[in-house]
Design a binder for this molecule. Structure first.
Ligand code: ADP
Ligand code: MG
Length: 259
């Protein structure tokens, strides 16, 4: 059978401020540096993956949806001489930022008032068509996994739950992991990354909470001064040197996952 090759979808989820976007950006860079074709998807309505990566974006899928809905309402759904399909492709091209070694798609706020099934349908079709061109899709999510649970984005192969070193952070990812079961999303694999650990060491109290929440820990990332410095001086944090503590630890995790 010669089916279309599906990309591996990696979704990152967890409480706000735990480092999801930072980790996502670094995973995108890691995979791209290893010659993989990567689509980075910013699925958090408060998008900032582009800042971590240092990429300027032209527009978001949410803006495009607005434009298309506006045209639907005005009674002229597509510009003269274009089919709906051509128009959708043209618009989608605008939302995709192409870098040398990866592409970035920003979802933005894609849920407006009213049901515009045609618009949602074409956007989903476009995402399905585009996704075939990549080896990996890396999705920076809000905690609710909105786009994945609604089926806008494909099935999750690897769900990376990110927590800081707080009991509340661990409890938050515990809830995400139960929600994933309730929604029947069935990720291929789910693993926890604890981020910003002082000196990269996991506190015993946090280890206890992880066990209590029945989460599977796949790695610990240290609090890293470089990330802090880049962030505070407005530089893309995915640009921290390769020998930075956090990047070194992340490479260890990613290579153990055989990505
Ligand atoms: N390992 C780390 N060391 C130091 N600072 C970090 C680390 N990971 C994330 N940060 C910082 O924590 C803040 C929140 O990170 P961010 O990736 O935006 O989290 P989220 O996407 O989960 O809201 C940012 O200021 C970021 O630079
Ligand atoms: Mg974020």
């Amino acid at each position: 059978m010669t089916g279309k090759k599906q990309p591996v979808l990696i979704a990152v989820a967890g409480k706000g401020g735990t480092g999801k976007t930072t980790i996502c950006g670094m995973i995108v860079r890691y995979l791209a540096a290893n010659g993989k074709r990567v689509l980075a998807v910013d699925a958090d309505p408060n998008s900032n993956l582009n800042e971590v990566l240092g990429v300027e974006i032209a527009t978001t899928l949410g803006n495009i949806r607005e434009t298309m809905v506006g045209r639907e309402k005005s009674g002229e759904p597509v510009p003269a001489g274009m089919t709906k399909q051509e128009y959708a492709e043209f618009m989608m091209g605008d939302a995709l930022t192409e870098e040398d070694d990866y592409d970035l798609l920003v979802m933005g706020r894609t849920q407006g008032a009213g049901c515009y099934c045609y618009v949602n349908g074409v956007l989903k079709t476009q995402i399905d068509r585009y996704s075939g061109a990549y080896d990996y899709i890396v999705v920076d999510n809000e905690a609710g996994l909105e786009h994945i649970s609604r089926g806008t984005l494909p099935h999750i192969d690897l769900l990376l739950l990110v927590s800081d070193c707080s009991r509340r952070g661990i409890q938050a990812v515990g809830r995400v992991s139960r929600m994933v079961i309730d929604l029947n999303l069935r990720p291929g694999m789910t693993g926890l990354i604890v981020n910003r650990a002082p000196s990269g060491v996991l506190d015993p109290g946090i280890a206890q909470e992880i066990e209590r929440e029945e989460l599977s820990l796949i790695g610990v990332l240290p609090q890293d001064e470089n990330v802090y410095k880049y962030d505070t001086s407005g530089m893309p944090s995915a640009d921290v040197p390769e020998n930075s503590a956090v990047k070194t630890a992340l490479r260890g995790i990613l290579s153990s996952l055989e990505l």
